[in-house]
Ligand binder design. Structure first.
Ligand code: NAD
Length: 377
C-alpha cells in the first residue's frame, strides 16, 4: 500500500499564482498524493481544472464545508490527512480553524490570519486538537538560508550587532496608478487582505526570516508606512526600524512600488566576527564577509555546509535549485512530522511564526497610525 499522505487543496486553482508551487513541492519527495480539492469557488471551473491536471472528480467538491463533511464521513484510513489552505487571506482563518477542529493537519499560506486575535485562536485550536500546522514562509526552505541559520547558531559571525532585510517588488506600481485596478485587486482590499498590503504580504516574510536566521526575537519596532492615493490607504511601501536587544538594531524595508523590481528580497546579518548576506533572486549564493579578508561565496551541496542545509539539497553542487525546491523542503519537513518521523526544528515554519507574524503586521500598522512611534512586539 502507498505510504503517500492523502493531501487536500483549498484554493490554488489554475487561475492562481501559488497553486503550482504547492503542487510541485508536494510531489517532490513523493510524500503526498493529491486526493481532493476545492481549487476554486466556482464548481464548474473547479472540476475543469481537476480534469485538466488529471485528478479524479469524485473528491472534487463544490465548496469547503461540503468537502469537510464528506471527508469526515469516510473511514479514517481513506480520509484526507493534510489540507493546504492557498486561498486569499480572509479565508485562511475560518478554513484552518474548522480543519483543525475536525482533526486534520494544516499547511497554510501566509499571512496566517487577518488579525493577531484570530492567530491566537488558531494557536489554541492546534494545541487543543494536537494536530500539526505548517506556515509556508517559502524562503526558509532554501539550502543557503538553512546554512545561514546554522552558521549564525554555530557562532560563525559572532554576536549579532546589526540586521537588515529588504523586500522590494514593483508589481503594484501599474495597478496603483489605475483607479479601476486599485479598486479591484484583492490584496488592496482590507476585507480580503487584512489591515495591511505591503507589510502583510511581504514585510511579514522579511520579519519572519530575520527571526528565523538569527534565532532571536525582534522586541520592538517603529514603522513608517506609505500609500499613494487617499482612495486606497492600504500600505504599499514601508520602512520599519527594529530593536532586537539593547545594542542590536536593524531595519526592514519593504515596497510593492519599487518600480520594476521583481522579487528583490535580501538579508544581511552583521556580527562582531563577520557578516552573512543572501539574495532571493540568486538563492544559491551565500556571502560570508570577514574583516580584512576577501569575501567568500558558499554554495549548496558541498560538504562544508551544515547537515540541515545538505538535507535540503537534492542534486550535486552546480545544479541550480530554486523556489520549488525550497517549498519542497517545507513539505518534506511536514511529511516527516505527519508520519511521526524525527525532523529538525525549523524544517517548516510553525504556528508560533504565524502568531508573531500577525503581531508584527498589526504593530507596524499601529506604530504608523499613532505617529511613527516605538511599539513593543
Ligand atoms: N509563500 C509565498 O511566498 C506566497 C507567494 C504568493 C502568495 N502567497 C499567499 O498565497 C495565498 C494565495 O495567493 P495567490 O497569489 O495564489 O492568490 P490568487 O488570487 O492568485 O489565487 C487564489 C486562489 O484561491 C481560489 N479561491 C478563492 N476563493 C476560494 C474559495 N472560497 N474556495 C476555494 N478556492 C478559492 C481562487 O479561485 C484562486 O484559485 C495568499 O494568502 C498569499 O498571501 C504566498
Amino acid at each position: 500500500m502507498s505510504r503517500k499522505i492523502k493531501w487536500g487543496v483549498l484554493g490554488g486553482g489554475g487561475d492562481s499564482l501559488i497553486g503550482v508551487l504547492h503542487r510541485v513541492a508536494a510531489s517532490m519527495y513523493d510524500a503526498y498524493a493529491l486526493t481532493g480539492a476545492v481549487f476554486n469557488p466556482d464548481f464548474e471551473q473547479n472540476k475543469a481544472f481537476a480534469e485538466e491536471i488529471g485528478i479524479p472528480l469524485d473528491r472534487i467538491y463544490p465548496d469547503f464545508d461540503t468537502m469537510v463533511a464528506a471527508e469526515l464521513a469516510l473511514p479514517q484510513e481513506e480520509r484526507i490527512q493534510v489540507f493546504s489552505v492557498l486561498t486569499p487571506n480572509f479565508l485562511h482563518f475560518p478554513m484552518a480553524k474548522k480543519l483543525m477542529e475536525n482533526g486534520f493537519h494544516v499547511i497554510c499560506e501566509k499571512p496566517m490570519t487577518m488579525t493577531h486575535e484570530e492567530a491566537l485562536v488558531l494557536e489554541k485550536t492546534q494545541k487543543d486538537k494536537g494536530v500539526l500546522f505548517a506556515l509556508t514562509h517559502t524562503y526558509t526552505g532554501y539550502p543557503m538560508i538553512r546554512q545561514m541559520k546554522a552558521m549564525i547558531k554555530d557562532g560563525a559571525i559572532g554576536a549579532i550587532q546589526k540586521v537588515d532585510a529588504q523586500y522590494y517588488q514593483g508589481w503594484i506600481n501599474p495597478i496603483i496608478h489605475d483607479p479601476k485596478q486599485r479598486a479591484s485587486t484583492w490584496r488592496l482590499d482590507p476585507a480580503k487582505s487584512g489591515i495591511s498590503c505591503c507589510m502583510g504580504d511581504i514585510g511579514v516574510h522579511a520579519y519572519q526570516m530575520l527571526e528565523y536566521v538569527t534565532g532571536q526575537k525582534i522586541e520592538s519596532i517603529l514603522a513608517d508606512l506609505g500609500h499613494v492615493y487617499d482612495d486606497n490607504q492600504m500600505d504599499i511601501d514601508g520602512t520599519v526600524l527594529l530593536r532586537l536587544g539593547k545594542h542590536v538594531k536593524g531595519v526592514l524595508r519593504a515596497s510593492q512600488i519599487a518600480t520594476a523590481e521583481e522579487n528583490n528580497f535580501s538579508l544581511a546579518i552583521y556580527g562582531r566576527e563577520g557578516a552573512l548576506k543572501w539574495e532571493q533572486e540568486n538563492p544559491n549564493y551565500l556571502t560570508l564577509l570577514k574583516d580584512g579578508q576577501p569575501a567568500q561565496i558558499l554554495k549548496p551541496g558541498h560538504s562544508y555546509n551544515s547537515a540541515f542545509s545538505l538535507e535540503g539539497t537534492k542534486l550535486p553542487p552546480g545544479h541550480p535549485e530554486g523556489i520549488f525546491d525550497a517549498m519542497g523542503n517545507i513539505y518534506r519537513g511536514m511529511a516527516k512530522a505527519v508520519r511521526g518521523e524525527s525532523f529538525t526544528e525549523g524544517e517548516f515554519p510553525s504556528m508560533e511564526d504565524g502568531v508573531r507574524g500577525m503581531k508584527f503586521i498589526e504593530t507596524a500598522v499601529a506604530s504608523h497610525a499613532d505617529g511613527n512611534v516605538w511599539k513593543t512586539l
